[in-house]
Design a protein around this ligand. Structure first.
Ligand code: GDP
Length: 193
């Protein structure tokens, strides 16, 4: 998809605040600093997205971006940031659980991980959580430009094994630097719209 139009619609905490357009939604999740904003910016062809709560530890909200009047990207605050308090972590968990379990327009969660390293315990927990609720996942293994092409398959296998990935969930090697995986990522999103 070639994106021309993106609107930041709402920064929501409660379900009453979610948009009611009925458009398909794709939530974006990943550990802090994994490259989630870079992924979003690459996908929508922007340098910098208007961000409400980019700093870890700040008010945690779900940010809804309407794209081409056709779908929403829902930016989920990053997880796994060490300095977040137990209370904040629990609030995050409640917010994401409430969204994921009750949102009928949610088509898939795009889970961003780092291709260079094995998935973290937080990544594994996030994926397990999605599978527990039968939510389709699209795994984006980003920062691929940082490792040799000849190593990609080996690293993909480590990811598939560590997450015990469902065969129906795609694993896409991505780079926000080079644009690698852009077409494939949009294809996987568009076929679930
Ligand atoms: P977020 O916290 O998950 O939103 O992460 P950011 O998108 O802010 O990225 C964190 C850091 O990783 C930044 O310094 C980015 O420039 C860098 N980064 C993100 N994606 C890539 C990538 O695909 N390749 C490389 N080489 N660096 C990346």
């Amino acid at each position: 998809m070639k994106v021309h139009n993106v609107e930041m619609v709402i920064s929501a905490v409660k379900p009453e605040q979610y948009p009611e357009d009925g458009l398909p939604e794709f939530a974006l999740a990943g550990r802090s600093n994994v490259g989630k904003s870079s992924f979003i910016n690459k996908m929508i062809g922007r340098k910098a997205l208007a961000r409400i709560s980019s700093k870890p530890g700040k008010t945690q909200t779900l940010n809804f971006y309407r794209i081409e009047e056709q779908l929403f990207f829902v930016d989920v605050p990053g997880y796994g940031y060490a300095k977040v308090s137990k209370t904040e972590r629990e609030a995050w968990g409640k917010m994401i659980e409430r969204y994921i379990t009750a949102r009928s327009v949610l088509r898939a969660v795009v889970l961003i991980i780092d291709l260079r390293h094995p998935p973290t315990n937080d990544d594994i927990m996030m994926y397990d959580f999605l599978k527990y609720y039968n939510i389709p996942a699209i795994i984006i293994a980003t920062k691929a430009d940082k490792i040799k092409k000849g190593k990609w398959d080996q690293h993909k296998k480590v990811v598939r094994d560590a997450l015990e990935m469902d065969k129906n969930d795609p694993l896409i090697v991505f780079s926000s630097e080079t644009g690698l995986g852009f077409e494939e990522a949009w294809q996987e999103i568009e076929k679930r719209m």
